[in-house]
Design a protein around this ligand. Sequence first.
Ligand code: WTA
Length: 572
Amino acid sequence: MTHEERVPVQTTGNNMSSYEEARSHFDWKQVEQTFSWHHTGKVNAAYEAIDRHVEAGKGNKTALIYSDAVREERYTFLQLKEKSNQFGNVLRKLGVSKGDRVFVFMPRTPELYVSVLGTIKIGAIIGPLFEAFMEAAVKDRLENSEAVALVTTPALLERVPVDALPHLKHIILVGAVGELVEGYYSFEEEMSQASSDLDIEWVDREDPMIIHYTSGSTGKPKGVLHVHNAMIQHYQTGKWVLDLQDDDIYWCTADPGWVTGTSYGIFAPWLNGVTNVVRGGRFSPDDWYQTLEKYKVTVWYSAPTAFRMLMSAGESVVKKYDLSSVRHVLSVGEPLNPEVVRWGLKTYGKRIHDNWWMTETGGILISNYPQMEIKPGSMGKPFPGIHAAIIDDEGNELPPYTMGNLAIRTPWPSMMRQIWKNPEKYQEYFRIPGWYVSGDSAYMDEDGYFWFQGRLDDVINTSGERVGPFEVESKLVEHHAVAEAGVIGKPDAIRGEIIKAFIALREGYEPSEELKEEIRQFVKTRLAAHAAPREIEFRDKLPKTRSGKIMRRVLKAWELGLPTGDLSTMED
Ligand code: WTA
């Protein structure tokens, strides 16, 4: 296993002198000194992201460029400061206070960003929900977090089972028309009445800031909690990985319903005082290239599935646009095929910088840096200040080219601090003393580059979105025709993996294409479109352990035509 291929440095980067030097001198405490709070101890990440720049005289600088099919708007740092202040006052008026959970469930719009910032400013905990979630997914998350307020739209409200959520007292509707009953408020009206001066809630750096629900291989989605202190990592990775500078126009294509859309779609760019582009609506190659061209984007952070889709759209689409503003391109969320890196070089003339992290890690931990040669297929090297290693199950660090658990020495600034109301789940990640165990397997080469190998559990990564098979299986068995269901990730050239369900039908039901489609729609309309199985296969019986657990490992082996391995725990 040697990796001969190298992509040489193109630009040396702006903020980091050299990787080795940055690593040898690195101290998180020095990063803190960028912020005024390092001596007061009290902090608010939304203040640091927005208000601080206004105080530094950058109030008139564009903070947000928003566009979708019908809107195109720009907001300065001063405007975002005032709007988020107003929203903070709206929440306060409703009695929302520090530590309360406030959720946003809406499309990517300026109102979403204002809501996130305003919530954080009053010390409440923000919980972003992906707009594609359907009722069951919304309910699980609002129930577990005991959210007291929700910002949503009239259209999405249909998917919020308000009556089944006793803690949810306030619903703030963006774009509501007509009279609203008690407990429901118009975002626009409340905002217009709210003062743009706000008494910011100064909190401790270890106070909670944001909850992201994410999937594991078992159980319901887990609420991964991050604290204000994470901003240190967002800020510094923004500098050294995204290579952000003052005059950059930055575009992160991720939705804030996923962690990349907050850590790198909100915090990293704004903590660095950079102009942030948000494009609403769905993916389309023309639309995306137009966005790069029109706003003269300089730094572009996206994901392998998107790059693969752009690749399959072909070079002729690329040629229609002037992409010369683009200086730095990055990718995260799933393995970035060497082929895509080569294509990026050929077509954009740019290196695509892969990096690795997780919802739980809060920020980038392993990356390719502008100053470094890229080895296509590798996720790069640990961020300065981060000790990553491949370890065995006892915590011994393994030598180069040995596959094992990808693990990180604890702690680091943006490490999750809790799984909401589930301390046992939290502890599982830290079961090997001194280490965070990621659940990914990888190896390191002799130059210290890390190479992703796969998940060690059954979590599915489809188009870069994490889906727990258990959530999908639970929904499938609610369908009247389904007796048993087992769900796996099936390798796919574009999406990385697609969701495949193996289903045993109840008596009296016959397999048919119509039934497949009905079951697919059932999951799509009740859980989420991205969680619906693209493929369904009916089987008379599913492989189970003697205790009745479906053996996904065997399903996967069937699918891939591989040996099924040890079947001693299987029933019959
Ligand atoms: C996978 C997204 C290969 C990995 C920020 C991880 C990757 C999971 C990479 C986290 C990469 C992330 N190469 N695989 N560069 N980056 N992954 O929580 O399996 O949505 O554990 O966070 O995505 O997904 P999550």
